[in-house]
Design a protein around this ligand. Sequence first.
Ligand SMILES: NC(=O)c1ccc[n+]([C@@H]2O[C@H](COP(=O)([O-])OP(=O)(O)OC[C@H]3O[C@@H](n4cnc5c(N)ncnc54)[C@H](O)[C@@H]3O)[C@@H](O)[C@H]2O)c1
Length: 233
Amino acid sequence: MGAASARALASEGASVVVADLNGAQAEQTTRQIVEQGGSALAVEVDVRDANAVANMVRQTVDTFETVDILACIAGVLQPTAVDDISEEEWRLVVDVNLTGVFLCAQAVLPIMKEKRFGKIVIMGSMAGRATSTLGGAHYTASKAAVLGFMRHLARETAPFELNVNAINPGIIDTGMIEATTTEESLRGVINGIPFGRMGTPEEVADSVLFLSSDASRYITGAAIDIHGGEVII
Ligand SMILES: NC(=O)c1ccc[n+]([C@@H]2O[C@H](COP(=O)([O-])OP(=O)(O)OC[C@H]3O[C@@H](n4cnc5c(N)ncnc54)[C@H](O)[C@@H]3O)[C@@H](O)[C@H]2O)c1
């Protein structure tokens, strides 16, 4: 979804920094964007590491002068039952899905506040609105918490006219789903989606684009649920 969002933003003329723990993957996305005539830079970053995040923002400003949009999309999912979640695994999921978003948002806030312009789009999940079907309790808890962080950040930054919003995907056809399902279990999951199919990363990227655009300029503290009718609440 991060790659699809980067491609969508680049196709609308944004200069994009593709930042991921997997540097090779970020490079690949960047190459695709540049081949299509877009402007992109790859940065390897661990969003759990405040210094690495600061370096990512520094590289962004050095290359593209400023930051207008932050899309927090990095995330991890583990399917472990509560009884079996180790403390280490709990911390990994919460650190990436919640603390990583906090660190990235905090790192760009001074730039956005000074300009009184900025769009922050946070990847939540329907897991955070209800419960996860594929992930464990740590995943559900981290996604519920990040939606709380999004709402609070929206309130604090509204006087600066920043837009802070979230997207809550249901089941989207990505590596994350592939890694946590078998052919049979995936069939069961898809049977539970009224649209009869998973969403695509591009369908999510369209909402990232909307929340990054002028079309959503009066929207802050909101979340868009994208689930093909799976969890209507
Ligand atoms: N696929 C779904 O059905 C679904 C549904 C709801 C929410 N989400 C959320 O959408 C986001 C994107 O997930 P996806 O489905 O594209 O999965 P994905 O596994 O393809 O992408 C996740 C990316 O996050 C990166 N990442 C992991 N840990 C990181 C770290 N510490 N620092 C930097 N990058 C890190 C990974 O390298 C990977 O590229 C995640 O936040 C996920 O929780 C996914």
